[in-house]
Write a protein that binds this ligand. Structure first.
Ligand SMILES: C[S@@+](CC[C@H](N)C(=O)[O-])C[C@H]1O[C@@H](n2cnc3c(N)ncnc32)[C@H](O)[C@@H]1O
Length: 192
């Protein structure tokens, strides 16, 4: 399958997922949102609809081109697409109020490094949500693209170990998909 086709297929059925993630995190005007592994940018555009300024980051130049062209004239100062990875975010310290990763964390080469980067770029009090398709233990191939409940629990524990607070994980439906979500907050100030 060509990269372009993969990008278009990635948008199919993702609307309910983007909306659920935006609702869970309560995104709104005044938020500065970072979408890590934004792909063709469906959730970037969802965040922009609520009045937030949004940065989509993805390592794949084709995804960034698709994101920019599908966003058309809306792509601009309030909607930016940058090349990068979760493990090396091209974003300054403490500059975003909301960060999310939708169906991207299962691709990260180094989950603790990605979580440390997310902690670095979120301002104190900033909200994080990681959403993945719920997969079955032992699944292979495409069916393994997502997290099992155990992997979601491990992600929550890893988030806590890099300093995130109020970490919770659960399973919920978005359209035809079952999702696991891990939600956390960068503490408003350092304890002690
Ligand atoms: C299944 S797509 C999901 C795209 C989009 N978030 C969505 O839900 O439609 C996974 C995306 O993660 C990106 N990705 C792969 N490795 C990554 C990494 N280390 N950090 C951030 N994103 C990564 C891929 O390029 C791809 O665009």
């Amino acid at each position: 399958m060509s990269g372009l086709l993969i990008g278009v297929v990635m948008l199919v059925g993702r609307g309910p997922v983007s909306r659920l993630v935006a609702d869970l995190v309560g995104v709104g005007p005044g938020d500065r949102v970072l979408d890590v592994g934004c792909g063709p940018g469906g959730a970037v555009r969802e965040a922009a609809l609520s009045g937030a300024a949004v940065t989509g980051v993805d390592p794949a130049p084709l995804m960034l081109r698709l994101g920019r062209s599908l966003s058309g004239k809306r792509s601009g100062p309030g909607m930016v697409f940058l090349q990068g990875t979760a493990e090396a975010l091209p974003v300054p310290d403490q500059t975003v109020t909301v960060a999310w990763a939708i169906s991207s964390a299962h691709h990260w080469a180094d989950i603790p490094a990605g979580l440390r980067e997310l902690y670095r770029v979120l301002e104190p009090g900033g909200r994080l949500i990681i959403a993945e398709r719920l997969t079955r233990p032992g699944a292979r191939g495409l069916a393994a693209h997502g997290f099992t409940e155990t992997q979601a629990a491990e992600m929550a524990a890893a988030a806590q170990s890099v300093g995130f607070a109020v970490v919770q994980h659960d399973t919920r439906r978005a359209g035809r998909r079952m999702l696991v979500t891990v939600r956390a907050r960068r503490p408003a100030s350092k304890p002690g």
